[in-house]
Design a protein around this ligand. Sequence first.
Ligand code: FAD
Ligand code: FES
Length: 238
Amino acid sequence: MLSLEVTSNRFLTSDVVQMELTSEQDLGRGSVGKFIHIDVGRTLRRPISICEVDGHSLTIVYRIEGTGTAWLSERQSGEVLNALGPLGSGYPIMKSGKALLVGGGIGIPPLLQTAKELASNGVQVTTILGFRSEPFLVEEFATYSDVHVVTEDGSHGTKGFVTDVMDAFTYDTFYSCGPRAMLQAVKQRATSPGYLSLEERMGCGVGACLACVCDKADGTYAKVCTDGPVFESEEVVL
Ligand code: FAD
Ligand code: FES
């Protein structure tokens, strides 16, 4: 169990919020692509990805979707959250070469720690960030990577979808997180194997309830909460 003290909670856009937390526990570097399962005062905890982690400091970025995330957005500095985690299996970090990161909407946050750790290994990182309209975290990604913004309404960067610009880059591996339709398109368009982070509704978050199963290419199934959320791109059926 993690006790996380809120140190800040601020809106990045009209409905996307960045929360900074401190933990008594050192959360280390092995948390990239993993998630925390937060008690929001409802029956079920809510899974939120780790956006950045540095020792005892943790950042999450979430979109207000319903009652749980609305409750989170109202938390004040000094309040303590109860969470489980870091949970799941995250992104393997390459040691060299070129990586392409492709994030869509609220799938973008876990790629920030990924960019940071890849860059610290000397990997050349390119990031494509896709939004409907309002961008967020762009400057943070620019610290670690060459960033390309794409918006559906054309208000920022290139107008279109992330897949419209993917062909402009060469890479050894890709890392992606976003809506399922985007992941399907990214996998189809990619010129190399890579990693996909899946989102499924969750119950327990620790492998006991089977609420989060997804189909694997070999005809078996996997639990997104423990076998994922990150899978090799060829491993899962989208
Ligand atoms: P409600 O619609 O009121 O939720 C009702 C129930 O549905 C809850 O049990 C809730 O957990 C579940 N639920 C609703 N939408 C989703 C969804 N898209 N995925 C999974 N469960 C859902 N969102 C972010 O904004 N930022 C993140 O970094 C992030 N990381 C995630 C990582 C993982 C591994 C998963 C599975 C989901 C992640 N999500 C993230 C989605 C987030 O969990 C949901 O938006 C959130 O649970 C919605 O809760 P709510 O009470 O506000 O909405
Ligand atoms: Fe219970 Fe995955 S959420 S098994």
